[in-house]
Design a protein around this ligand. Structure first.
Ligand code: MOS
Length: 739
C-alpha cells in the first residue's frame, strides 16, 4: 500500500484568513445577545444600587415604587427567595480567595454601587422609573477607597510569588548602573460594548433556561445551581454571542443571581440588564503601586532585578494576579527579588482584565528597562538582547520555543528603528516632538482540560461542539478551521457549536488558552471521527482491513486510498448508522512538563507630542508577536490590534476615578471614562514571526488574545520620554503630566 495522497491542490484551512463564520449574523443584527431574547410576558428588572460605601441598610421603603402601575415586585434582602449562606456555594471557577460577594444576602453595605434591591416590572422603563422611587435609609460607617492612603496595611497576597534568588540586595548595592523608580497604574474598567445582562426563561417545570453574558456557561450553571440549591439539569446557561468581555464575564456577575431570584420568586421569566453606570460596580483592573530596582554591570548585564507591588483588593476577597512574575523571567538575572502585596479597601473585588497582571506589571518593568537603557547609553533593543533569557528563571526551565529575538529584529526592521537618534527631544516634525520607544511583551501559553464532540451525518455535514464561548475572539471561526483540518473536510462542511452549558465541558474562555485547550479537544475529536470513518469503510470493504490512516489521503471530505475515493457521506451511509459520533476529553500533553511555555512580543511606537499643548498621539505602532502557529491570520491580527488599541488607551486615557470622599467611581460612563476613538488611532502593523513549537500542543498554537496589550503602555511612555525628555511614571499619561 502506498503512502497517503492528499487530494490535489489541498491546502489546510488552518493558517487561512477565513472570514468570521458568525460575521454575517452579527453585521445583519441576527446574532442575539443575552439581553435580546424576546418572550411574551417577560418581566424586566432594574437594579437599585447603594449610594454609600460602607455601613448597613436600616430600611428599604419600596411603597412608592410598588404603586407604579406595571411594577410587579421589589426584591431586597428581606423578601428574597432562599439563597445559600455558605461561602463555598458562591465560589466559581475564577474566584479569588475569601468570601465571594452574596447579592441581597443581608443588610451589610460593602461598597458604593452594591446592588440592594431589584425592581421588577412589565417594562424596563417602568422598572427604572420605579427604582428611582425606592428610598433607602442607611447607617453609614467610615470608608476608605484610596490605596495610596493605606499602603502600610498591605498584606502578602495569597498567591505564590517566585522565591527570591541570589543576593538582590548586595548585587543592587554594588551595581555599576542603577534604576530605582516608582510607577503606578490606575483602576480601569472593562467596558465591553455589550453591558452585562441575564435573560432567565422560567419553564413550567421550574427549570431555568438562561441567556447570559458570560465567558463560561458551565461556570454560571454551577453557580446558579449551588446558590439556589437547584438540580444541575434544571439550569441551562446559553451564551451564543458575547459582545466583548475581556475578563468581565469570567465570574458570574450580580445581575445573574438577581434575575434568577426574581424568576424563582415570581415563577416568571425575567431579564436583568445593567446600565453603563452599573458596569462600574463590579470587577475591574486594580490600581497598583510599583517599585522597580534594576542594577546592571558596565556592559549592561542585569545583576539585580527587584519588583515590589502593592495592589488594591476588597475587604471580602484577596484578588491576586501575576504582576511581578514577569520581572523574574523575561530577562536573564541571577539576583531577583519579587514581592506582591494587597491592601483591602471598601470597594468591590478586582477582576481579571485582558492580560491580568502582565498589563500592569510590565508597565513597571519595561519602563524601568528603558530608564536603564538611558542610564547605560545602550540602545533599548540591544539592552534587551544583552539580557535575553534562554530559560524561565522563575521555574528554571527552558522555553518550549521563544522566538523573541525574531520579534525584536523584525519589529525593529519594519519600524525603521535603526534611524532613531537616541537623544531625547532630538526628533521633530514642525511643532510636534517625535518620540520613538519600544518594549517587550510576554504572556503565558496555558492549556486546560477540555472536551469536544464531533459528529458526521449522512450528508457528510460535520458538527463539532464544546461548551466554550466566543467573546469576540473568533472562536467559532478558528474551531471550524481546526475541526476541518483534523476531520479532513472543507470548512463549508463543518459547523461549530458553543455557548451552551449542556455541551461537552470547556474551561472559562480566558487567559488566551481557548485555542490550545478547546482547539486541542476539537482536533482530537475530529481526528477520532476521521478514524471512525476509516473503520466504517474497512467494515464495508474488507479489502482495506489493513489500511491505516497513514496511508489514507484526506482533506476534501473523502478518504483517498490509492486511486479510490470514498466520500464521507457515502461512508456514513455504508455504516449501519445514520451518523457517526465521537467525544474526547483532552488535557495538556506531558511533553510540556519540562518546559516553560509563553508567547512573546516586541513593540515599537512613534508618538507625536505637541510641544505647546502636551497632547500625545500614537502615530505608528509595529507589534511583532511570536505565538506559535497562527490558526487564522485575520482574526489573530484583530486580537493583536485590539490589544494594541487598548494599550494606547491604557497609556493615555483610561482611569476609573474615585471620589474618595464618597468612595465611588465618578466617571462611570463612556464620555468621562476616556477610551480612544478612531481618530486617536494611527497606523498599526501586526507581524507574526514564525515560531514552530511542537511541545506546547499538537496544534503548535499558543493563543493571541492577550499578548497584544502587554508592554504597550510602557512602549508609549518610553516614546513620550524620547520625544520630550519627560519620564511619566504615573499612568495614564495625561497632558498635564507631559507639560
Ligand atoms: Mo481574560 S482577562 O482571562 O478574559
Amino acid at each position: 500500500m502506498n503512502a497517503k495522497i492528499n487530494p490535489p491542490g489541498y491546502v489546510s484551512p488552518v493558517g487561512q484568513p477565513l472570514d468570521r463564520v458568525d460575521g454575517y449574523l452579527k453585521v445583519t443584527g441576527q446574532a442575539r445577545y443575552a439581553g435580546e431574547y424576546p418572550k411574551a410576558g417577560l418581566l424586566h428588572g432594574s437594579v437599585v444600587s447603594s449610594s454609600v460605601a460602607s455601613g448597613r441598610v436600616l430600611r428599604i421603603d419600596a411603597s412608592q415604587a410598588l404603586q407604579v402601575k406595571g411594577v410587579v415586585a421589589v426584591i431586597d434582602h428581606t423578601n428574597r427567595p432562599q439563597i445559600a449562606s455558605y461561602d463555598k456555594d458562591y465560589e466559581d471557577a475564577d474566584s479569588a480567595e475569601g468570601s465571594p460577594f452574596r447579592p441581597l444576602y443581608n443588610d451589610r453595605v460593602l461598597y458604593s454601587g452594591q446592588p440592594l434591591a431589584l425592581v421588577v416590572a412589565d417594562t424596563l422603563e417602568l422598572a427604572r422609573h420605579a427604582g428611582s422611587l425606592v428610598r433607602i435609609e442607611y447607617e453609614t460607617d467610615a470608608h476608605q477607597t484610596d490605596l495610596t492612603a493605606v499602603q502600610g496595611t498591605a498584606h502578602t497576597a495569597p498567591a505564590e510569588t517566585p522565591q527570591p534568588r541570589g543576593d538582590f540586595k548586595g548585587a543592587f548595592a554594588s551595581a555599576a548602573f542603577k534604576v530605582d523608580a516608582h510607577y503606578s497604574t490606575p483602576n480601569e474598567h472593562h467596558n465591553p460594548m455589550e453591558p452585562h445582562a441575564s435573560t432567565v426563561f422560567y419553564k413550567d417545570d421550574g427549570s431555568l433556561q438562561i441567556h447570559e453574558k458570560t465567558q463560561g456557561t458551565q461556570n454560571c450553571q454551577s453557580y446558579v445551581q449551588k446558590v439556589f440549591g437547584l438540580d444541575k439539569e434544571k439550569v441551562q446557561v446559553l451564551a451564543a454571542y458575547v459582545g466583548g468581555a475581556f475578563g468581565s464575564g469570567l465570574r458570574p456577575q450580580y445581575q445573574l443571581p438577581l434575575a434568577v431570584m426574581a424568576a424563582l420568586k415570581l415563577q416568571r421569566s425575567v431579564r436583568v440588564t445593567l446600565t453603563r453606570q452599573q458596569m462600574f460596580t463590579f470587577g475591574y483592573r486594580p490600581h497598583t503601586l510599583q517599585h522597580l530596582r534594576l542594577g546592571a554591570d558596565e556592559k549592561g548585564r542585569l545583576v539585580a532585578v527587584g519588583h515590589e507591588v502593592i495592589g488594591q483588593t476588597s475587604r471580602f476577597e484577596d484578588f491576586t494576579e501575576h504582576v511581578v512574575e514577569w520581572s523574574g523571567m523575561l530577562y536573564q538575572c541571577d539576583n531577583v527579588q519579587l514581592s506582591y502585596k494587597l491592601a483591602p479597601l471598601d470597594v468591590y473585588t478586582p477582576l481579571d482584565m485582558r492580560a491580568p497582571g502582565a498589563a500592569s506589571g510590565m508597565v513597571g518593568l519595561e519602563s524601568a528597562l528603558d530608564e536603564l537603557a538611558c542610564a547605560t547609553g545602550i540602545d533599548p533593543v540591544q539592552l534587551r538582547l544583552i539580557n535575553f533569557a534562554e530559560r524561565n528563571g522563575n521555574e528554571d526551565k527552558p522555553y518550549s520555543r521563544k522566538e523573541l529575538r525574531a520579534c525584536y529584529e523584525q519589529g525593529a526592521e519594519r519600524f525603521g528603528w535603526s534611524q532613531r537618534n537616541p537623544e531625547p527631544r532630538s526628533m521633530r516634525r514642525g511643532r510636534q516632538l517625535v518620540g520613538w520607544g519600544m518594549a517587550g511583551g510576554v504572556w503565558e501559553a496555558m492549556q486546560n482540560p477540555a472536551s469536544a464532540k464531533a459528529r458526521i451525518d449522512s450528508e457528510g455535514k460535520i458538527t463539532v461542539s464544546s461548551a466554550t464561548t466566543d467573546i469576540g475572539t473568533g472562536t467559532y471561526t478558528v474551531m471550524t478551521q481546526i475541526a476541518a483540518e483534523a476531520a479532513g473536510a472543507p470548512v463549508e462542511d463543518v459547523t461549530f457549536l458553543l455557548g451552551d452549558s449542556s455541551l461537552p465541558t470547556a474551561p472559562l474562555q480566558g487567559g488566551s488558552f481557548t485555542v490550545s485547550s478547546v482547539g486541542t479537544a476539537v482536533q482530537q475529536a475530529c481526528r477520532a471521527l476521521r478514524a471512525k470513518l476509516l473503520d466504517a469503510l474497512r467494515m464495508a470493504h474488507p479489502e482495506f482491513a489493513v489500511v491505516d490512516m497513514e496511508q489514507v489521503g484526506f482533506g476534501d471530505g473523502s478518504l483517498h486510498i490509492e486511486d479510490q475515493t470514498f466520500r464521507y457521506a457515502d461512508i456514513v451511509r455504508m455504516s449501519s448508522h445514520d451518523m457517526l459520533e465521537v467525544q474526547v476529553d483532552a488535557k495538556p500533553d506531558e511533553k510540556r512538563d519540562g518546559y516553560a511555555t509563553a508567547t512573546h512580543s516586541a513593540m515599537f511606537v512613534e508618538v507625536l507630542v505637541d510641544e505647546d499643548l502636551g497632547t500625545v498621539r500614537v502615530n505608528r505602532v509595529v507589534n511583532a508577536v511570536a505565538a506559535g502557529r497562527v490558526v487564522n491570520p485575520k482574526t489573530a491580527r484583530s486580537q493583536v490590534l485590539g490589544g494594541v488599541v487598548w494599550g494606547i488607551s491604557q497609556a493615555l486615557h483610561e482611569h476609573s476615578q474615585t471620589d474618595h470622599g464618597l468612595g465611588r467611581v465618578m466617571n462611570h460612563n463612556l464620555s468621562e471614562y476616556h477610551v480612544p476613538v478612531n481618530p486617536d488611532i494611527g497606523e498599526i502593523d501586526v507581524v507574526f514571526v514564525e515560531e514552530h513549537d511542537n511541545i506546547v500542543n499538537d496544534l503548535g498554537s499558543k493563543g493571541v488574545g492577550e499578548i497584544g496589550i502587554v508592554g504597550m503602555a510602557a512602549a508609549i511612555a518610553n516614546a513620550v520620554y524620547h520625544a520630550t525628555g519627560k519620564r511619566v511614571r504615573d499612568f495614564p499619561i495625561t497632558l498635564d503630566k507631559v507639560l
